[in-house]
Write a protein that binds this ligand. Sequence first.
Ligand code: NDP
Ligand code: MG
Length: 387
Amino acid sequence: TETKRVAILGSTGSIGTQTLDVIRQHADKFTVEVLTAQNNSNLLIAQALEFQPNAVVIGNEANYQQVKEALLPHDIKVFAGQKAIAQIVEMDTIDVVLTALVGYSGLIPTVSAIKAGKQIALANKETMVVAGELITKLAKENAVNIYPVDSEHSAIFQCLVGEFHNPIEKIILTASGGPFRGKDRAFLETVTREQALKHPNWDMGAKITIDSASLMNKGLEVIEAKWLFGLKTEQIEVVVHPQSIVHSLVQFEDGSIKAQLGLPDMRIPIQFALSYPLRFKSDFERFDFLRYPQLTFEQPDLKTFRNLQLAFDALAKGGNAPCILNAANEIVVASFLKNEVGFLEMSDLIEITMEKATYIARPTLEDYVESDRETRIITDQLIKSKV
Ligand code: NDP
Ligand code: MG
């Protein structure tokens, strides 16, 4: 069988390194064609020396010289800058682009990969949140499949295998509830970045870890699911499942529900996004029911964790509203991580930004770019003026 040639955007992050772990286990099935990082040049160099890609891109141009000197003698091409990330994905020798960079920065490279006809393994959910309608349309036009990496969406995709012609009645996205599940607003008023960075079940990058604590992650996933699976908002339900074993569920029109289960290990959905329609043998730890005698489910608390409601609102509003939600969220999360805004203030700032930013009902790609830019300025000013 042929090997799949993979480009990993954001190879030095949590998803990126786990993707390389999957590829390491299946060196006969995958080869690494491209790796990219933003700042972490040391890890990028080490990865390139191990996996011998055709080319690497370092986003931060200040690190270009270091990476070039380390890799050129090994015949690995080195490029730098944001534009280079969007260009490198067009390379002839790439079969699939795994998007594991964080936030809005994934949008333009993903658009360019789809236009070049590359299959997408999508971890970077923010791209679907910002421009889901445009991305899915582009993918259709270019006969590109988008394979979900996000565990919930992978679960739904796995439930849909063999069912693609059967209508979905609804999907149920499970949420761990994060480190502050069951807490009230008085408690959340006082939480620190250190507390928010401790996720009970998953070890992830800082941005998504904060999003998980604030339930914005689930809000982003609702929007991601809408576009990936072509659903109406009313067909998407969220249920809190603290053990993170049932990764999500699909209910069909006969009333039957399918779920996908497993230990919380991102390498399973990463691998399936790359191996579909096959499953490759892995040595990941197996799930044991007897160690989890109780799997529990509860309603999310939308009054305390307002971000999830704000995401549903943005989805209902449509147009560029999810793009505004996402940009405002990226700014408030970065500020929370710098101790500049409090945990609960994040939702307030997002809500005010949603009212202030220019609404566009039918945005083009350029509109999304402009809306992202405008929103960041608005939220930044709100934060600066609050002191
Ligand atoms: P990390 O922060 O761990 O990694 C992000 C990666 O992207 C790093 O390689 C980083 O480079 C690079 N990067 C950061 N900013 C930029 C930028 N502006 N331009 C180009 N590259 C950049 O994130 P995660 O791996 O946790 O998450 C990646 C994506 O996957 C996110 O969209 C997240 O929501 C999604 N996801 C993650 C899950 C997880 O378990 N981690 C689960 C489900 C979805 P450098 O290291 O040099 O800074
Ligand atoms: Mg997820």
